[in-house]
Every structure is written in C-alpha cells, then in structure tokens.
Design a protein around this ligand. Structure first.
Ligand code: GLA
Length: 383
C-alpha cells in the first residue's frame, strides 16, 4: 500500500513524499450521543482509515490532492482561511490554520490523501482526516503537542472551522485506538481504559446503509442544543455540569423540571444510554455477549424512539438482526441519519448473515447495503 501511494505521490509532485501517516476510522460499540453530554462511550478504531503522504515544499504554498476526490486546492500561506462549501480539503485546511494561529512556522506542504473509509458512512472519515493531518504536522514541525492536545485541536477544527458541534469521541478513538481493544472513555474527565474486545465466537459486522447522510449536520447541532436545554432545566434543582452526571433514578425524580416533551425524550435517552454503557462494560468483561447484544438492541430502540436519529434504513438492519439467531445484537453506530449499523454475529455464520441482511434490506429499501467484517486496529501513527 505504502509503495503504491508513493508512486501516486510521485506522479503528482515528481518527488517522494517525506513521510506517510495513517489514521483509522472508528465504530462505537455503545454510548451514542453521549460524548457531548459528558458520559461514557465505548468506541474502537477500525482498520479502514486515511493515509496522508506529505513533503514540505518551502514555496509557501499548500497543495491538497486526494485519490478519492477530483477537487484539488493550492493556497498560498496567509493569516486566515475560510471554509469552501462542503469540500473535502476543508478538514486539513482547518488543521493548518490552527497550527499557524498557534504560532508555528509552516513554509508550504505538498499533500496527498487517500481514504478507504466509505465516505459519509458515519465511520468518522472526518475525524480520521483531521487527526492524520494534525499528527503529521506535529511530527514534521516538532511542535510538541501531546496526543491528547492533537485530539482537542482536531475537535476544535470540527467545531469552529467546519461548524459541527461534535463531542470528543471520534477524534479520541482514532488517535488512541488499540488493536483488538475497545476504549472505555469518560468524556468528562477524558480518563480511559483500553479493554479487551474479546468477542468470543462472535465477530463485529459493519453494515453501511449506503444512504447519503443529508441534513445530518444541522440535525446533529439541533440535538446538541436540545440536550443543553434539558440540562438548563435540570440545573434549577440539580448541581450538575452534564446530563450524564445523573443516573436514571435521579433523572426520574427530577423529570418534572423538563416541561417540553421533545426535550424530555432527548434527555431520557442520554441518561439511560449512559447507564447502559456501564452495564455493557460489565457484560463485556464477563464475556456475556448475550447481555451485551441485548443492550445494543436497547440502545438502538432508544435512538430510534427517544432521540430520533435513526431512520428506516438503519431500523431495517437492526430489525433483521432480531430475527436471526446468529446475531447477539445490532444497532446504529455514530451520529445516525443514515450511515452504518453494526451487528455482533456468530463468526461461523457471518457469510449467511451477510447474504440474508442484504436480501432483507434490499427487499425493503430498494437498494443493497454493504457488509464488512470489521477488524479493530491501532490509532494514528507513522507508516
Ligand atoms: C458523531 C460525533 C461524535 C458523537 C457521535 C454520536 O460521530 O462526531 O462526537 O457525538 O456522532 O455518538
């Protein structure tokens, strides 16, 4: 892979790239729409991701090329950059702006990106490209940021340059991921533990709905605002900073404070989902995949009915899982509104699961999903 990418770099820039970096994408096993509410999440890095080949050029020009998109960008070194529509290069451009604003000297870069994460699939292609860029710049410039600094910096690019008020889960997972481990991350304290993702006889399937995620960003920001409204209502009686500072029992005792039904449903999902993550961590440590699977279904049902971020495509995949005895659990993963679902499938039955879910989904939705066997890989690094 590295060699063929070097060849592509040479064709475009007539020299070898100085260095090659890789950052993975992620799936989230459970704990959805929890990170920006200060709770627990359980993501893993996957083996799909984004490659970045880069060489400094000393011409005070930043050149952006991608093997996935035809659009290219050449921009001179300047004080400020603005986002251009929905273009892919906004992500690395935002990272470059951040480094410049933070006082680092950059004299131009030739860059080539290649990603094998299906685009708009909810597997964090955006966090992957942000983190691979910030990791590369930190390394090339000897800028001295810690990995956690790079995670925060990448999140702030997504929040302030791209305009999505995401939490920290995706950037954290793609930076700190470890092979065959899930990260139990507390999104308030940022304390985390890499736990064995020992799935026994099961494997993790990723099912891409292949539904373009339209409106996802505005709906995402709407959910963030709804959670803030719920928090403000509860703060009248409770001394808390995040919705996830309370458990289901405390929430039930104070739910009268939230008078708007929609806001109530959003908060109920968040508090209950955070409790589910604690149960899921226990189930995983006890190798109780049946219980883990039950929690996955419960998580999906809550995202569909209370948080309202699913859709008929994701629901169809979860619904199929419930009919198949070889599936322990299934749920949407990531922000929702299309994108991917995951399923815990008996390893020996993976092929038959894959055929059956494709047939079931195609009959209902009218086109086929893509099914992958997911491998849990390492976080960002140099190749
Ligand atoms: C997106 C965001 C994350 C997180 C998930 C939902 O992936 O980038 O911060 O909020 O949605 O759990």
């Amino acid at each position: 892979m590295k060699q063929s990418l070097q060849q592509e770099f040479k064709e475009r820039y007539h020299k070898e790239a100085k260095k090659v970096y890789f950052s993975p994408g992620r799936v989230n096993l459970i704990g959805e729409h929890i990170d920006y509410n200060g709770g627990l999440v359980m993501p893993c890095a996957i083996t799909f991701g984004t490659y970045l080949l880069v060489s400094p050029n000393d011409e005070n020009i930043f050149r952006f090329r991608s093997l996935n998109f035809e659009d290219t960008l050449d921009v001179p070194l300047q004080d400020d950059y603005a986002k251009t529509g929905e273009k892919w290069f906004n992500y690395p451009l935002g990272v470059i702006e951040y480094f410049l604003k933070d006082g680092h000297q950059l004299r131009g870069l030739d860059m080539l990106f290649y990603g094998d994460i299906p685009i708009s699939s909810g597997l964090s292609s955006s966090a992957s490209i942000e983190v691979v860029t910030s990791y590369a710049l930190n390394d090339l410039l000897n800028a001295g940021y810690s990995k956690l600094d790079l995670v925060k910096l990448s999140k702030s690019v997504e929040n302030n340059f791209i305009g999505v008020n995401c939490g920290i889960m995706d950037q954290f997972a793609v930076a700190f991921g470890e092979k065959n481990k899930a990260l139990m991350l507390n999104c308030d304290t940022l304390a985390y533990e890499a736990v064995d993702s020992n799935l026994g006889d099961y494997v993790l399937a990723i099912i891409n709905t292949n539904k373009p995620r339209k409106l996802a960003e505005s709906k995402y920001n709407e959910r963030v605002r709804e959670c803030q409204a719920a928090l403000s209502a509860l703060q009248v009686e409770l001394d808390i900073n995040y919705l996830c500072d309370i458990d289901t029992t405390t929430f039930d005792q104070h739910k009268h404070l939230i008078t708007d039904q929609t806001i109530y449903k959003r908060a109920k999902h968040v508090v209950e989902e955070n409790d589910r993550v604690k149960l899921a961590a226990k189930a995983l440590s006890e190798n109780n995949l049946a219980e883990f699977g039950r929690l996955m279904y419960a998580s999906h049902d809550s995202l569909r009915d209370l948080y309202e971020v699913s859709g008929k495509e994701l629901d169809t995949i979860e619904e199929y899982g419930k009919t198949d005895p070889n599936v322990a659990g299934s749920r949407m993963t990531g922000a929702g509104f299309g994108g991917c679902a995951i399923a815990l499938v008996k390893e020996e039955a993976f092929e038959s699961y894959s055929e059956a879910v494709i047939a079931y989904y195609t009959a209902k939705i009218g086109y086929a999903p893509s099914v992958y066997k997911s491998l849990i890989g390492n976080g960002v690094g140099v190749l």
